[in-house]
Design a protein around this ligand. Structure first.
Ligand SMILES: O=P(O)(O)OC[C@H]1O[C@H](O)[C@H](O)[C@@H](O)[C@@H]1O
Length: 528
């Protein structure tokens, strides 16, 4: 694929850049009374309002022409058809096949469909057995706690979903342990009765240092505390694509649930990696999550470009991040239930698209993934919003709101929603009445999207996550990069392995850079 800058559609947008920057977003509403209708998309209880972006209909057409020139639709179809679009690793990226309802044809080849259906059946049986107490711990006690040991994609998705859907969780309490520092592990073990605890060791590679270290600790805890020879067989379930390493850890590969190389870690919550979700909310809830995501997949595959939600969200992000050089984006959900969304999106977006070479290995000359950050509203309003309103950098914001609160939850949805709408309004309108002093002036004209959900159900959450997955794909397609590898992450892992003996004190710091040698020296001095 030729470089973006050599694409005439991109050049046309570059020519328009200054006028886009100078454009008054609020003024666009005066020019176009139908602006909200024209610049919003609604799909099954999910609304994207992108009318507070510096887009005219002509600019949107220019972005759609760019999408056509970069063959976003063709790239999407190749992904959905299971072609090896992860070229550096020679793999497909078929997470969409994981959420196809049983029996629906045309989304993956027969072998893949069969493998997915069989894994889903295994998950259902396992979750049902635990939730109905047919499957017990090794000493016959019911399972009351599930510990999910995993990191990155083997942690963030299930954690996000279970936090979001906690009000409908009716199974065992699910805990997550990702970090290596022992704090989460200690806290979790203190809350669990070992005879009543099921452990999921979730790792596509089954070689991730953090996960393996935590798995060893928890397995030792079970052996120490549960008087049954078969405690590991009964109470530890490996979920992985690497059965050899399951054996090496002393677990039975026959007890493992599968993963496949065509599912990237950060796209894997829909696979057996989501078993923790199913344990928490049950198979029907998990299926509804998949159903919502599949609805978004169909929409992405079939909706016309101008009303295609992931496509427009991706193009707006390219406009802000690449064309206008706004190098970070804030995500602010107005519900604590989506408190993990930002961390989840950091991996999804920054691990997928934090690249500086294209699929052919050529250098990319324009900015790719912007940094994603944020926290929930309203707390975020009392932290970083000052900079959003008056700082020198323009940070596009994705506001996320939920119209109907969960039955029985406290809190004032009206107050929350008023705050949400007021913030995007304030960013757009600013404050510059006559006589106002400089310190109180807000420049306004700052862009945002608002995503409004009718309620935070499994289906809506599935659709929301799939929307961001596809937005990430659209950006990668425009830039010409492979969103499905992550070699940058490997470098530090290797160096950590090499540094361990040095830090432990068994080696001289020869050949190590001065800063690292200095840090090792200080660390050793303080450990003495
Ligand atoms: O599931 P695992 O093989 O343990 O991998 C866990 C995580 O490891 C690395 O950080 C990768 O960059 C992530 O993409 C992955 O999700």
């Amino acid at each position: 694929m030729k470089a973006l800058k050599a694409t005439p559609a991109w050049q046309a947008l570059l020519d328009e850049r200054a006028s886009i920057e100078a454009r008054s977003i609020a003024g666009l509403f005066d020019d176009d009374p139908q602006r909200f209708e024209a610049f919003s998309i609604e799909l099954d209880g999910l609304l994207l309002d992108y009318s507070k972006q510096p887009l005219t209909r002509a600019t949107r057409d220019a972005l759609l022409t760019l999408a056509e020139a970069r063959d976003v639709a063709g790239q999407r179809d190749r992904m959905l058809a299971g072609e090896s679009i992860n070229t550096s690793e020679g793999r497909a990226a078929l997470h969409t096949a994981l959420r196809v309802p049983d029996g629906a044809a045309g989304w993956a080849d027969a072998a893949t469909t069969r493998a997915v259906a069989s894994a889903r059946r295994q998950m259902h049986e396992m979750a049902d057995a635990v939730r109905t107490q047919c499957r017990t711990g090794a000493t016959g006690e019911p399972i009351e706690h599930v510990i999910n040991i995993g990191i990155g994609g083997s942690d963030l998705g299930p954690r996000l979903v279970l936090e979001a859907l906690a009000p409908i969780a009716d199974g065992p309490a699910v805990h997550f342990v990702a970090n290596l520092d022992g704090v989460e592990l200690e806290r979790t073990l203190a809350r669990c009765n070992p005879a009543r605890t099921l452990v999921l060791v979730v790792s596509k590679s089954f070689g991730t240092a953090e996960t393996m270290a935590n798995a060893h600790e928890v397995m030792a805890w079970l052996r120490r505390r549960v008087p049954a020879d078969d405690v590991l067989e009964q109470q530890v379930i490996p979920i992985t694509a690497n059965l050899d390493r399951v054996r090496a850890l002393g677990l039975d590969p026959a007890a493992a649930l599968p993963m496949w190389d065509w599912v990237g870690g950060r796209y894997s919550l829909w696979s057996a990696v989501g078993l923790a979700i199913m344990m928490g909310i049950g198979p029907a809830g998990f299926d509804a999550l998949l159903g919502g995501a599949h609805g978004m997949d169909r929409h992405f595959a079939e909706a016309p470009p101008a009303s295609n939600m992931p496509l427009m969200l991706g193009l707006v992000s390219v406009l802000n991040g690449t064309l206008l050089g706004r190098r970070s984006q804030a995500v602010v959900p107005y519900t604590e239930r989506l408190g993990r969304l930002c961390a989840y999106l950091q991996q999804l977006v920054m691990e997928s698209n934090g690249k500086s070479v294209d699929r052919e290995g050529g250098a990319i000359e324009q900015p790719t993934a912007a940094a994603i950050w944020g926290q929930t509203g309203t707390p975020g309003q009392h932290a970083f919003f000052q900079a959003l309103h008056q700082g020198t950098d323009i940070v596009p914001v994705d506001f996320i709101g939920v119209a109907r609160p969960v039955a029985g939850e406290h809190g004032d949805p009206l107050e929350l929603t008023a705050n949400l709408f007021a913030q995007s309004q304030a960013l757009m309108l600013g404050r510059a009445e006559a006589g106002i002093d400089a310190a109180r002036r807000c420049p306004g004209n700052r862009p945002s999207n608002t995503l409004l959900l009718d309620s935070l159900t499994p289906a809506r959450l599935g659709a929301l996550i799939a929307l961001y997955e596809h937005r990430t794909f659209v950006e990668a397609a425009i830039w010409g990069i492979n969103a499905f590898d992550q070699f940058g992450v490997e470098l530090g892992k290797g160096l950590a392995r090499d540094l361990k003996p040095l830090i432990a004190g068994g080696q001289a710091a020869d050949g190590v850079d001065g800063s690292t040698a200095g840090l090792v020296g200080c660390y050793r001095r303080w450990r003495r």
